[in-house]
Ligand binder design. Sequence first.
Ligand SMILES: C[S@@+](CC[C@H](N)C(=O)[O-])C[C@H]1O[C@@H](n2cnc3c(N)ncnc32)[C@H](O)[C@@H]1O
Length: 136
Amino acid sequence: MRLRTVRLQGHDLVEAFDGAHRSDHATRFVGAHVRVLPGARAAEIGCGTGVLSCLMARLGAGEVWAMDVDPAAVALADEGARRNDLPQVRTVVGNLLDGVPADPPLDVVAAVMPQKPSPAAFSVAYAGGEDGADLL
Ligand SMILES: C[S@@+](CC[C@H](N)C(=O)[O-])C[C@H]1O[C@@H](n2cnc3c(N)ncnc32)[C@H](O)[C@@H]1O
């Protein structure tokens, strides 16, 4: 695990990352555009390091569910939430939104899903099936 600071919408966030999970240009794109009203109930599907989940909490979300199928990613998201002192970020190992209580409804769902064409799962973080769109 390594640490770095990622700046999104003027917020400096500590990101715990490794060789498989790290924020990239797609993270920065979503991070530049996501909007959260104070107290919102938010989720991030495929949270990876969870830096977008931390951003949504920093922007004022009351509760953020950071979901990922990969336990290694969730461990990084846990570390990031702890280092950014954001207890409102709750992490779950699971598929898509499995395990997120459906009520009350979510106000915001952010996602940067695997999207690279790959018939073989070369990377859980990026492989999106034959045409890259399995999860889109
Ligand atoms: C391209 S990475 C993006 C990570 C992070 N959102 C970011 O912007 O840096 C995609 C993430 O989706 C996760 N993932 C893949 N399939 C998933 C699924 N079915 N449900 C939840 N997460 C999934 C991967 O483990 C990976 O962490």
